[in-house]
Design a protein around this ligand. Sequence first.
Ligand SMILES: Nc1ncnc2c1ncn2[C@@H]1O[C@H](COP(=O)(O)OP(=O)(O)OP(=O)(O)O)[C@@H](O)[C@H]1O
Length: 209
Amino acid sequence: MLELQNIKYSYQPGTTILNDLNATFCPGRVYAIVGSSGCGKSTLLSIMGGLDIPGSGQVLYNGKPLTKKELPEYRKKDVSFIFQSYNLIDYLTAEENLKLVSPLSALPVLEKVGLNREIAKRNVLKLSGGQQQRVAIARALISDSSLLLADEPTGNLDDENARAIFNLLIQYAHGPLQGCVIVVTHSPILAQKADVVLKLEGGLLREMV
Ligand SMILES: Nc1ncnc2c1ncn2[C@@H]1O[C@H](COP(=O)(O)OP(=O)(O)OP(=O)(O)O)[C@@H](O)[C@H]1O
């Protein structure tokens, strides 16, 4: 589904973040990306999600290289993101944030991530950090895009909620949608639940066994 070929990326000359990186991601699987702070995990997710373009190399989606012209359509139709900073629309309620991306009923999806009707009707700025994070997760789950990219999606949650959310991400991949889920996580316990664990180190991805 998603293929990275010879990806190189630097923010400044002489500081290489990704160094001739190759990887393939398939539908119906959950991939955990682990690695030390600052090694380039968020940068890699941005490139996979078409938010940034590599210095060299290419990203292929369903076998076709993504050109600059195709990126807006790819971001709109094929990818959903759970950002570290949530990126919710702050003058809307939780429910309205989901309605922006899907005509489906928002409440059942919000309930799946543990948010009730009262919370659904509240402006997102009046929610706790963990509740806002769950709204961002629900927004990604309702979008039914084939590729779900998540940057530390459970960073603000207690262990029980984190496990429950990770299980929803697993269902997204293993259920009828057969989505491809790529999650950056610092939690070794959650990473173990993924189908494939990849470590980003020295600008390269290595599968861990
Ligand atoms: N806009 C930027 N300009 C310059 N350097 C940047 C920029 N964004 C990130 N960096 C640097 O690039 C490196 C990789 O950053 P990135 O956010 O991808 O790491 P990460 O692995 O996601 O980190 P963390 O686990 O702490 O979230 C870091 O050294 C960071 O300081």
